[in-house]
Design a protein around this ligand. Sequence first.
Ligand SMILES: [Fe+2]
Length: 237
Amino acid sequence: MFVDMHHHLIYGIDDGAKDFEGTKKMIAQAVENQVHTIITTPHITPGQEPFPYETYKAHLEETRKYLEENKIDLTLYTGCEVLYTPSTPYFLSEGKVFTLANTNHVLVEFMPDDEYADLLKAGRSVAEMGYVPVYAHVERYDCLKKPEQLRRLRREFDALIQVNASTVIDKHGFFRQRYLNRIFEEELVDFVSSDSHDLPGRDSHMAEAFDELTVRFGIDLAHALTHGNAEKILRVI
Ligand SMILES: [Fe+2]
């Protein structure tokens, strides 16, 4: 039922699954959460850490083979979560950044202390290169605490916005939940995704988040955020 477009499933690449057993556990958990499609998004940090392109492709193929052999109904796509650094435009121009499922959408993350002006500049530069920037886990950034700031990203260069499923179900942060209520109610978010890493720890939570979204914002928005909007992007492949 769900499409998870932010997931560190492929082992041995980043701080996601450590080994193939870890990948298998994450697959089991995704299936349990009714996820039928994952865009795998390992971290790429241009100019900082070299990215193991060949290992990623090999481990992705190994994982697809495992799914096929075990008749597991889960489709995997390539992708990445690229950190915006001064080298990111060069990496994009050289085709060294995996877009989301080979579309023109790029999942971008930032350093926690980056400022709003940096996020604007980054989005503009990604858009000028012909890509749609998808801002990963926007709830993490202090500089994006006003809904108008998200609205401006969307208005100026058609940016899309992602929030983590674990944040949706986190009942502890009153201010964060108040912020989420506003940005969901104003329809400033496009995707709720797991951002799953190695287990146990950063689990899927997609089914739980769907239930929570349904109660708080209605079933139509819950559907859109957990698969409908992602399916629209995937349809153009
Ligand atoms: Fe991530």
